[in-house]
Design a protein around this ligand. Structure first.
Ligand code: C5P
Length: 331
């Protein structure tokens, strides 16, 4: 044991889950430029892995492996750690941190990976600094980092309102965890650009999306089984007001969606601002079998080619709140 506070700090490891919007209603544009939303979102087993340890130097450092997340200096993770340090002030010794991020979630794909990394970094930094639990308002810091970040701090399925930052937890789905198949074409879509295309189309969000979203939230609040959610997949798959602008910006998306519907005999939805498409399954095993079938369809060119790299295909599950989001801290 050493008295050096640097060396006494334990590395902290966090899993940063992806999210899936089962519904996404755009209610209208606000004066601040953001849009009011009504969305039911779930955290997924597919996750980035973040680890935080004391840095050797005087600055926070970030190393990113896996899916290319762009220049590290622009990464929301570093902004989250800086925001946490400012909020902590003199309340704890906020030593510089060496952060490692393994990106397993496709980037700019509608899966919220960057926001989830930021929430995980905020939480991990506070733990690494051993900041007293009530020292800072995590949700308030999260909301300054991005509209999606508070959802990831909430740590479960949630109803999202306001610009998305008002997350109200919903109970876990009952029964066997549902499987989710994710198909991400190699066309990054910026959230801001998709919202701008939504505005340019000058159509209001579909009232039926809002009704579907509100109905799902009220059913879910009363307690919903995974099976019942699966029965609603067809209606949920068309309950995303950002699908139409995403289809305009990424013209390959609609043919891909049609091909997936034909191949998988499932309702295919879009998460967030896209371009990731989803299908729900009764179990992880069935989602994995569908992923294997799709890999085969890509090889045999039964799926329309998009770009050179082909789509990224993943099978995962909807996470439950009681499931541990932490991988544990290595000491
Ligand atoms: O909050 P976040 O930084 O993730 O949002 C990225 C961009 O997406 C915003 O700058 C805004 O253009 C758009 N956006 C929006 N309405 C929301 C959320 C995001 O217009 N509710």
């Amino acid at each position: 044991m050493t008295d050096d506070p640097f060396l006494r700090l334990a590395p902290v490891v966090r899993l940063a889950p992806a999210k899936l919007n089962l519904t996404l209603a755009v209610l209208g544009k606000r004066r601040d430029g953001f849009h009011d939303l009504h969305s039911v979102a779930v955290p997924l087993g597919l996750a980035d892995r973040l680890s935080v340890a004391p840095a050797a130097g005087a600055e926070d450092t970030l190393r990113v492996d896996g899916h290319d997340a762009g220049p590290t200096e622009d990464n929301l993770v570093l902004r989250a750690v800086s925001a946490a340090r400012r909020a902590v002030g003199r309340g704890a010794a906020t030593v510089p941190l060496a952060i490692r991020l393994e990106k397993r979630i496709p980037v700019a794909a509608g899966l919220g990976g960057g926001s989830s990394d930021a929430a995980a970094a905020l939480d991990a930094a506070l733990e690494a600094w051993q900041a007293p639990p009530d020292l800072v308002d995590r949700a308030a810091i999260a909301a300054t980092l991005g509209s999606d970040v508070p959802f990831f701090l909430a740590g479960g399925s949630a109803l999202l309102e306001g610009r998305g930052e008002r997350a109200t937890l919903l109970p876990d789905l009952t029964g066997q965890p549902l499987g989710v198949l994710l198909v991400t074409p190699p066309t990054a879509l910026s959230t801001a650009v998709v919202f701008a295309a939504f505005d340019a189309a000058a159509t209001a969000g579909s009232g039926s999306t809002r009704l579907t979203s509100e109905h799902l939230a009220s059913e879910w609040r009363a307690g919903l089984s995974g099976r019942a959610l699966l029965d609603r997949a067809g209606i949920l798959a068309v309950a995303n007001d950002l699908s139409a602008p995403a289809n305009v910006l990424a013209p390959a998306l609609l043919p891909l969606r049609r091909a997936l519907t034909r191949l998988l005999h499932r309702s295919i939805g879009q998460t967030g601002s896209g371009p990731t498409l989803w299908a729900l399954y009764p179990s992880l095993e069935e989602a994995e079998a569908a992923a294997a079938e799709l890999h085969d369809a890509v090889e045999t060119k039964r799926l329309p080619a998009i770009g050179e790299s082909g789509p990224s295909i993943a099978a995962t599950t909807i996470l439950r709140r009681e499931a541990d989001h932490e991988e544990g801290s290595a000491r």
